[in-house]
Ligand binder design. Structure first.
Ligand code: ADP
Length: 400
């Protein structure tokens, strides 16, 4: 029998990541990205059977056209008929969605309702849902929320010290993101540590272009560094992370910025890019720092220092620590950052196995701690697999 595939979509404001996940082997049969949507030269890149293909889309093409072109390819490869479910990454589920949901008109209305909390992301996710519904009207669709895993964070950790009414009436609180990745890492870490997830206590650092740390106690998220939006917390590729909120006012009142410019500054011009005045690409930052580029070195130092501070602070909600886990493009590949962060955490007794640290790169998982002190692990994340598994679980529970 032909294997069943789940079509996984992650629609950003100007990009679209996708994968076809085989539900039996749990492998990605096909994957890719549509980039620069809405620009003069949008492009669709597809990886299938070891081959890479790039297709130029028409100038100004948006998600619908990218999905239409992708689906023509799927038909050409005779993969479209094997799709049994579609899983969408939806960025913000607010307090409405504590777990993944089979997409119905009510769920769509719910995603629209929380859109004001993620005005750049949720509308793009909805476009993806509508576009695939048109092409595959009889295939069930599931929404998997980036915020859902963090809905177990207790009130004292998710509330800001603002008037309580702003939470009660306007939903202003910490929601957290990267939940699908942190959830996946918890399951994998439990296996590697030989513990049931329900007894697992780890600190998970997801370090990609966006980056967040989550404290996981007894398998559940109990605190996380991103907040109402994905801007809070760690230093990221182009996002500033934690700031004195008065800087916003200062830029507007004294330096002539308007609010839109401040938003671009904080989201797109800060972080590794802003500090290094070079790039948001961590690989290039590391290479340049090694060549003596001072801005790149400073960017790395601030990135590691902030990350180590967060990891240290998350020992508070845990009480006991089974391991610190690194994941995401930087966490999975940068032996330099992992070594620096563990060195900054020496008060906890962390030691490093340098060979193991070098070996745990490019998709290889492994323990990187030395013989004494707490454990440190590298685990490649797989958000697409979690989305595919949830899509299958929810569609099967309806069929029964
Ligand atoms: P996204 O958040 O877009 O999914 P990724 O998880 O793919 O991002 O992470 C991208 C980041 O990972 C980039 O900063 C990239 O430079 C970094 N990265 C990838 N490979 C390496 C490497 N070998 N060394 C250091 N950083 C790396």
């Amino acid at each position: 029998m032909k294997n069943s595939l789940v079509f996984v979509l992650n629609c950003g404001s100007s990009s679209l990541k996708f994968a076809l996940v085989d539900t039996k082997t749990e492998q990605q049969v096909l994957s890719g990205l549509a980039d620069s949507l809405g620009s003069d030269s949008p492009i669709l890149k597809v990886k299938y059977n070891g081959n890479k293909e790039s297709i130029d889309l028409a100038s100004g093409a948006m998600h619908q056209m990218a999905i239409d072109t992708l689906v023509s390819l799927l038909k050409q490869y005779q993969l479209d008929q094997a799709i049994v479910a579609i899983g969408h990454r939806v960025v913000h589920g607010g307090e409405k969605f504590k777990s993944s949901a089979l997409i119905t008109p009510q769920v769509i209305a719910g995603i629209q309702e929380v859109s004001q909390l993620a005005p750049l992301h949720n509308p793009a996710n909805l476009i993806g849902i509508e576009a695939t519904k048109k092409i595959f009207p009889s295939v069930p669709q599931v929404a998997v929320f980036d915020t859902a895993y963090h809905q177990t964070i207790p009130e004292h950790a998710f509330l800001y010290a603002l008037p309580y009414q702003l939470y009660k009436e306007n939903g202003i609180r910490r929601y957290g993101f990267h939940g699908t990745s942190h959830f996946y890492i918890a399951q994998q870490a439990a296996q590697m540590l030989g513990k049931p997830v329900a007894k697992l206590n780890i600190i998970c650092a997801h370090l990609g272009n966006g980056a967040s740390v989550t404290a996981i106690a007894n398998g559940l998220s109990v605190d996380t560094s991103m907040g109402l939006t994905p801007l809070e917390g760690l230093v990221m590729g182009t996002r500033c992370g934690d700031l004195d909120p008065a800087i916003n006012h200062y830029l507007i009142e004294n330096l002539g910025y308007n609010q839109a410019e401040v938003s671009v500054l904080f989201n797109q011009k800060s972080g590794l890019l802003g500090i290094s005045e070079l790039s948001n690409d961590c690989r290039l930052i590391e290479e340049s720092a090694a060549d003596g580029h001072q801005g790149a070195q400073l960017a790395l130092d601030i990135f590691c220092y902030r990350l180590a501070k967060y990891i240290a602070s998350y020992t508070v909600p845990l009480g006991e620590l089974d391991a610190v886990v690194f994941t995401g493009g930087i966490g999975e590949n940068s032996d330099v950052i992992r070594a620096n962060v563990l060195a900054l955490l020496k008060i906890f007794g962390f030691t490093l196995d340098q060979e193991a640290n070098l070996a745990a790169r490019f998709g290889n998982a492994g323990f990187i701690n030395g013989p004494t002190g707490p454990k440190a692990i590298v685990i490649p994340t797989d958000e697409e697999l979690v989305i595919a598994q949830d899509a299958i679980r929810l569609t099967q529970s309806v069929e029964q």
